[in-house]
Design a protein around this ligand. Structure first.
Ligand code: SF4
Length: 495
């Protein structure tokens, strides 16, 4: 019987189908692990090694031993009363845990993991659930085996700070505590290990998962409701009470305006929208449609802009602008690249970008998704000497700046499962020059560029950014055509 580990519980939290496929799927059907994921692993391991090496002095270090010896060594170290144990292995019944650190306290041993991120998230600084799943598992094993404390665990975060997780503290909307959350996950993980069925979905996170091709095939074959943009896993459970598939939903009549649908969380307008999208997907000849006037600005000088960020270093390192002054096809690309991968380099590129906005005050600006506004607000907070908060608000004022994603989500429907710029622009005939264009890939290229200084990588990122802003221009042009003629010439489903 396969032992349940903390990593399995974390994976279950991310997606139950992933745990199901990891345990029972055909490994030959896995996709190659994304280079971005590999980069995160490598950075996580490097951070862990760095933090643990600082704790090595006076600690019992089991990290280099084979697994069985680490398990035995952990018991011996605990029996001997070691203050710090690195690389421990703890086992109880069908459970296994590998906490990075065990720390002796007067009330017993406490398990901790080293992480390359912050220990809490959101405005209320709630415990990070993926981290909690793992360390609560260690605490449970410690408590059950009588080796340590089950009421508390800890994270050593990206800054090397120790953050305690009180496992009896209720948090989140459901006010469940960490110990209860762990027991629920554990029960589900045991059921999946023992053969309980799991279901996939189509979600943004799938793009980084090794089972993406398997799940996409499964979801297409099942005509799954998550193929409808905006209808995720949680809503699927509710909507499938009236229609189990996209084709079935396409046949459902529109609900009466103002009348409850009987589906929790889905009002009549929202249900009507899902039905319309289902009808488009179910009709092989359908193209995108507008639902209301798009009100795109008619300013002859249009600028599409996009930033590239490195979430690992916490830097925004590239600002790209595509200027069109004489309509489609007349564009030129301007960009500002941080010359050093640090706060000083980020500041200079940010200042250049702000100057660029000032220089072209009369233009109308376009971006795709809320990310640019978030990124510029963060830049302003980190570099308040470059510009005031008000100036960021002015840049993103709707009278001079349009989020094309908002226009698409609010005022149009497409026969596509994703409304990302990649899906929409490709369906409108745009092609990226790079063979593997994605935000995740560009982060990995940047990481390699910083480590090696390889100029071809810098060029690759810049071309990728240029194509992102050109794609935005193509989407703008296609939306204008759709509004004017009711169709987009050459539209093709990109999935
Ligand atoms: S591809 Fe998506 S649904 Fe499938 S296992 Fe991965 S995360 Fe889950």
């Amino acid at each position: 019987m396969r032992a349940i580990s903390g990593t399995m519980l974390r994976d279950l939290l991310v997606c139950e189908r992933r745990l199901g496929l990891d345990l029972h799927g055909d490994p030959s059907l896995r996709d190659a692990t994304s280079p971005f994921v590999k980069m995160l692993w490598a950075n996580g391991l490097a951070h862990e090694a760095h933090v643990l090496s600082d704790m090595q002095q006076g600690a019992t270090d089991l990290r280099q031993l084979p697994r069985e010896e680490r398990e035995r060594g952990t018991k011996e170290a605990i029996a001997a009363g070691a203050d710090i144990i690195l690389g421990s292995v703890i086992v109880h019944d069908d459970l296994i845990g590998m906490p990075d650190v065990l720390m002796r306290t007067p009330a017993g041993y406490v398990a901790a993991d080293v992480k390359a991120g912050a220990a809490t998230e959101g405005p209320s600084d709630a415990y990070k659930r993926e981290y909690l799943a793992q360390v609560a598992h260690y605490s449970f094993i410690l408590g059950q085996s009588g080796l340590g404390r089950s009421d508390v665990a800890a994270i050593i975060d990206a800054n090397g700070h120790l953050v305690e997780y009180d496992l009896a503290l209720p948090f989140g909307r459901d006010r469940a505590d960490g110990a209860t959350r762990h027991l629920e996950l554990l029960a589900r993980a045991r059921a999946i290990r023992d053969g309980a069925a799991t279901r996939g979905a189509i979600a943004a996170k799938c793009s980084l998962c090794d089972w993406r091709s398997v799940c996409r095939r499964e979801m297409t074959d099942a005509d799954d409701l998550t193929r409808i943009a905006g209808l995720g896993r949680a809503l699927r459970d509710a909507v499938e009470t009236i229609a189990p598939t996209v084709s079935a939903l396409a046949l459902v009549p529109h609900p009466e305006t103002g009348r409850a649908t009987g589906i929790p969380g889905v009002g009549p307008d929202r249900l009507a929208r899902f039905i319309d999208r289902a009808r488009l997907i179910a009709d092989p000849d359908a193209g995108p449609v507008t639902r209301e006037p798009l009100l795109l600005p008619g300013n002859p000088h249009a600028v599409d802009f996009d930033v590239e960020a490195d979430p690992v270093r916490g830097l925004v390192y590239l600002h790209g602008f595509w200027h069109e002054v004489d309509g489609p096809g007349s564009g030129s690309f301007v960009h500002f690249f941080a010359e050093t991968a640090d706060a000083a380099g980020e500041r200079i590129a940010f200042a250049q970008a702000i100057d660029h906005f000032r220089l072209h005050r009369d233009a109308h600006w376009f971006h795709y998704s809320a990310y640019e506004r978030t990124a510029y607000r963060g830049l302003q907070r980190r570099h308040p000497d470059v510009c005031a908060e008000d100036e960021i608000d002015e840049i993103f004022d709707p009278s001079r700046c349009t989020d094309l994603y908002q226009v698409i989500a609010r005022s149009t429907d497409w026969p596509l499962t994703s409304y990302s710029i990649k899906s929409i622009a490709k369906s409108c005939g745009f092609r990226w020059e790079d063979v593997d264009p994605s935000g995740a890939a560009s982060v990995q290229w940047y990481d390699q560029f910083v480590q090696t200084g390889d100029a071809t990588l810098r060029e690759r990122i810049t071309i990728y950014n240029r194509d992102d802003v050109r794609a935005s221009a193509r989407v703008r042009e296609a939306l204008a055509e759709l509004e004017l003629t009711g169709r987009i010439e050459g539209f093709r489903r990109s999935e």
